[in-house]
Ligand binder design. Structure first.
Ligand SMILES: [Zn+2]
Length: 627
């Protein structure tokens, strides 16, 4: 048994959560006030049988590892360490290679910390006069400069690097930290950041891991420059300001995403502390995962031009051109709706007047900013309205084009009640019969979901190879991950929101590390766990068959998740009705009816034996049929 499994087998989730959240028995489950959102009556449930928890208020849920990660803001390896200590499970000591990688990361962290101090001193000193004046002109006050540890990189080729060398850091280390650029000719290097205002970028724990620099001279290119990817800096997995914003995001139950550094500074300065910014990339899955641990409600602040572009659903490249290389947090409307599903929450669009950035609005009039936030529209409402406004409603052709434009968005909505709502809405906006839109929507479209649904034999079974009984979820999830790790190309074909179907946090973490696979920093245990898993499941398939096996796995994963959730929700519903908690009963039965409807869609194809290689995991028993 791996250490991860051993920790799980020794600890009881009810006990671990019960120490943080007072729990009361409710039928076969336990309930309490959700620690992840504010509520007066309990909608947070812990299920001893599946060793999982779920909140019907905010949607938080997972296993014992998820809980500790969410509660303590830890990454998986740290959560594992904490729980292993408690369970008395010895973890493998790190390998020499891992120790070395750890040492490097620590060292790079120190260098970045030292560089940040150096930049800060420069900003405060005589060299920083221009930068200070620029900050003052942008309305940023000294206490904000202090709180975000802003700095200045002097206009010299080796100011920082010679400072760091004096402190004993080697040329190679400084280069690895991304602070210098190699000279094209000859040898040596020069400072990456020169004559720039510096924004230190911190991780969730507040350690400086990289930098952003803004040009102070209008002729200097590019206007914004970031640290390159380093062993500690991955801009796609960080959000600027999140370390400072995290408590407010949890407290207020929402995060506001803006475009740039100055927007974050201005917002925090004026007391809007739940504001963060991606750094020049479209939102990544890693960023969504970060936010998801704190909230399921995201507000996206766009200026009117961007919002308009968003609505016509052009690709990222087109937006880039149109916006003159400005940073657009999310590429397309469809991307946003999908992102909403991945978040399992709600995305709202805050529309600002054309040409005005959040920082201008906030600094000019905080009431105006509040008003814009209050008027934020759910993303789909917003986009459908934009589509209707752009359509020629006088002609049949114009209406048809508008419907065609909206269909891919509507099909992203899986909740049938919600989908029906938006169909109605669109019908009203376009003045067409809603039955016509529904009919269009039901027409099969090519795509991963409606494509080949080929049941394999990867579930039902005892996995005799493993030397201990495995449950069906474990077999299907294991086979699924093994497929993805053996055929990395398949990763691109994954629909959004798959991680929500996995029952185990370690599996979600491994899925999140694709396609590159776990890095050294993922920790020895997780990498051992994966090795184990890849030994246990060895799909021997052609790429084409692998693709079909993946579709099959997806279907089975959803069926299993559906079964698990229906069982748990039914239990909660029965208790809520018995206790006369009407509000909860209503919410749970709403979710339950979605699950029940989905169940029939998933369970359609009969099981057939298609993948001979899967038999090895299944024993000889015929599948027991879908439940
Ligand atoms: Zn909650």
């Amino acid at each position: 048994m791996s250490a991860i499994e051993e920790v799980k087998s020794r600890l009881d989730i009810v006990e671990v959560i019960g120490e943080r959240v007072p729990l009361k028995k409710s039928g076969r489950a336990f309930k309490g006030l959700c620690p992840f959102h504010q509520e007066r009556t309990p909608s947070f449930f812990v299920f001893p049988e599946s060793q999982r928890y779920h909140c019907f208020g905010c949607g938080a849920g997972g296993d014992i590892f998820t809980f500790v990660m969410q509660m303590e803001r830890l990454e998986f390896p740290e959560a594992l360490r904490l729980l292993a200590r408690r369970a008395g499970v010895m973890l493998h000591p790190p390998t020499p290679q891992e120790q070395e990688a750890d040492r490097t990361r620590r060292r790079l962290g120190e260098i970045c910390g030292e560089a940040a101090r150096f930049f800060q001193e420069q900003l405060a000193g005589p060299a920083g006069a221009t930068a200070r004046a620029y900050l003052a002109q942008r309305g940023i006050r000294p206490e904000t400069v202090q709180a975000f540890a802003l700095g200045y990189a002097p206009d010299r080729w080796e100011a920082l690097s010679s400072h760091l060398r004096e402190r004993g850091y080697s040329e190679a280390e400084i280069r690895m930290a991304g602070l210098v650029v190699e000279r094209e000719e000859g040898t040596g290097s020069y400072d990456r950041f020169r004559s720039r205002l510096i924004f230190p970028i911190r991780d969730l724990q507040g350690n400086v891991v990289g930098f952003g620099g803004r040009a102070l001279d209008e002729t200097q290119q590019p206007k914004y420059l970031n640290s390159p990817q380093t062993p500690i800096f991955d801009k796609g997995a960080l959000l600027y300001g999140l370390d400072q914003a995290a408590p407010a995001i949890r407290r207020e139950g929402r995060a506001v995403l803006v475009e740039g550094y100055f927007d974050v500074l201005a917002a925090h300065q004026e007391g809007f502390r739940n504001v963060v910014a991606p750094m020049g990339t479209a939102l990544t899955a890693a960023q969504v995962r970060l936010l998801k641990r704190m909230t399921r409600r995201i507000y996206l602040a766009l200026d009117a031009d961007q919002a308009g572009v968003l609505a016509v659903r052009r690709g990222l490249e087109a937006i880039r051109e149109a916006m003159d290389e400005r940073l657009v947090p999310v590429p397309t409307a469809q991307g946003l709706v999908r992102f909403e599903r991945e978040l399992d929450g709600e995305v709202r669009i805050v529309v600002l007047p054309a040409g005005r950035d959040p920082d201008e609005v906030i600094l000019a009039d905080r009431k105006e900013w509040e008003a814009h936030l209050a008027q934020a529209r759910p993303v789909l409402d917003f986009v459908l309205e934009q589509i209707a406004q752009g359509a020629d409603l006088e002609t049949a052709r114009g209406k048809r084009e508008a419907v065609q434009q909206a269909l891919p968005l509507l099909s992203e909505v899986h909740d049938p009640v919600e989908q029906a709502h938006y169909v109605q809405r669109l019908a009203h906006l376009l003045r067409v019969d809603e039955r016509a839109i529904s009919a269009e929507l039901r027409r099969p479209t090519p795509g991963p979901r409606s494509g080949a649904r080929l049941p394999a034999e990867v579930d039902e079974g005892t996995g005799a190879l493993a030397g201990r009984p495995m449950d069906r979820e474990e077999v299907v999830e294991g086979y699924f991950l093994a497929l993805l790790y053996r055929f990395p190309d398949l990763w691109e074909a994954l629909p959004a929101g798959v991680d929500a179907l996995l029952s185990r946090e370690e599996h979600r973490v491994l899925l999140g590390m694709l396609p590159a696979g776990p890095s050294i920093s993922a920790g020895a245990e997780l990498r051992r766990y994966l090795e184990d898993l890849l030994n246990r499941f060895r799909p021997e398939l052609s790429p084409e068959l692998a693709r079909r096996a993946l579709q099959d796995c997806l279907q089975r994963l959803e069926a299993l998740a559906n079964e698990r959730e229906r069982r748990e929700y039914a239990e909660v519903l029965a208790q809520a009705q018995e206790e006369g908690n009407r509000e909860l009963a209503q919410e749970v039965s709403r979710q339950l009816s979605i699950l029940s409807q989905r169940r029939w869609e998933i369970a359609m194809p009969p099981p057939r034996r298609l993948f001979p290689d899967a038999r090895r995991y299944l024993g000889d028993e015929e599948a027991q049929g879908e439940s």
